[in-house]
Design a protein around this ligand. Sequence first.
Ligand SMILES: C[S@@+](CC[C@H](N)C(=O)[O-])C[C@H]1O[C@@H](n2cnc3c(N)ncnc32)[C@H](O)[C@@H]1O
Length: 335
Amino acid sequence: MFVKRLSVLKDILPDLFTLNKTICFINPQDLTDLDYFSNKNTVVLTDDIRLYSPLSDAGYNCKSDVNFLTDVSIILLPKSKELAKELILLGSTIANKGYVVIDGDKNDGIVSIIKELQKKISFEVNLSKAHGKIAVYRTASGNLPSTWHPNKFNKINNEFVTLSGVFSSDHVDPGSKLLKDQLPQNLNGSGADFGAGWGFLTNFLENLELVDNIFAIDTSKRALECAVKNCNTSKVEFVWDDVQQWRAPKPLDFVVMNPPFHSNGKVDIELGEGFIISAAKNLLRNGKLYMVSNRHLPYENILCRYFGNSKEIGGDNRFKIFLAEKPLAVSRKKT
Ligand SMILES: C[S@@+](CC[C@H](N)C(=O)[O-])C[C@H]1O[C@@H](n2cnc3c(N)ncnc32)[C@H](O)[C@@H]1O
């Protein structure tokens, strides 16, 4: 846990985070990660709107892109190795002549990243605590491995582009593919792709003749950046928001989704439930929800609570596809 490791680091290097130093905090996982850092001298780099909005409201200078220099970069490493390397490269570039702090859980692969870095640079601090590691180096102490690359788009099937760190970045998710194959060709009107990711389902929807417009909603700006490249028509509106908070400008004819069921690396069924509740709130009375989930996930009860009709309409041994109709949460008329 970052805050526990941070408290040890502060004892070892008490001058690292003094107020006269500028800090760039890259990829915080939790609002509390910023507790120790003043909004006066800390820039926060995050592509997650659930952190970006509240931290901006709390007075932090939040960005989803970089065009500045800093004295200290702090990077909380993501699970994706490629993205971890990309963020370290970024943090080292902007902390020119300064310090870089990297922190992560052992389960997310920080040990092998540090081993690779140690061949090229020398660390001032490298300590283990709370099932993870925190390490500090000066950018002047060496060069990063030449095989590490900045942000670059990958190709899937020569058809779609993705970036490392986004959901299913090197293949089409089999659950989403199954859902796509089950969607009726005559879907029509106004709809949304909840948790659109890099846009696989949105791309399918935008090509249906009777579909007028689609909201592609995701908390990850990085994923939406890919979705913009993967969608080709003006039917799509990209929305950087939390599906659970989002309200459609007008009630929708359909919602399509492959909801997430992890938060910060842990199983979180309530997140998927929040998606279902939001679908019920955003749909017209005769609107339809099409959803795929892993077969073991228990969404049936929540579907029954928020929809008059819900049934499994397909799937295989790994996934199940639901159609839910007659949303009960609210009744709205098309305007
Ligand atoms: C299982 S993935 C599906 C992605 C995409 N629909 C596909 O089929 O490849 C779930 C997506 O939901 C996004 N997500 C997670 N929590 C969210 C939230 N509260 N609001 C909006 N999107 C969210 C994730 O960033 C991820 O892209």
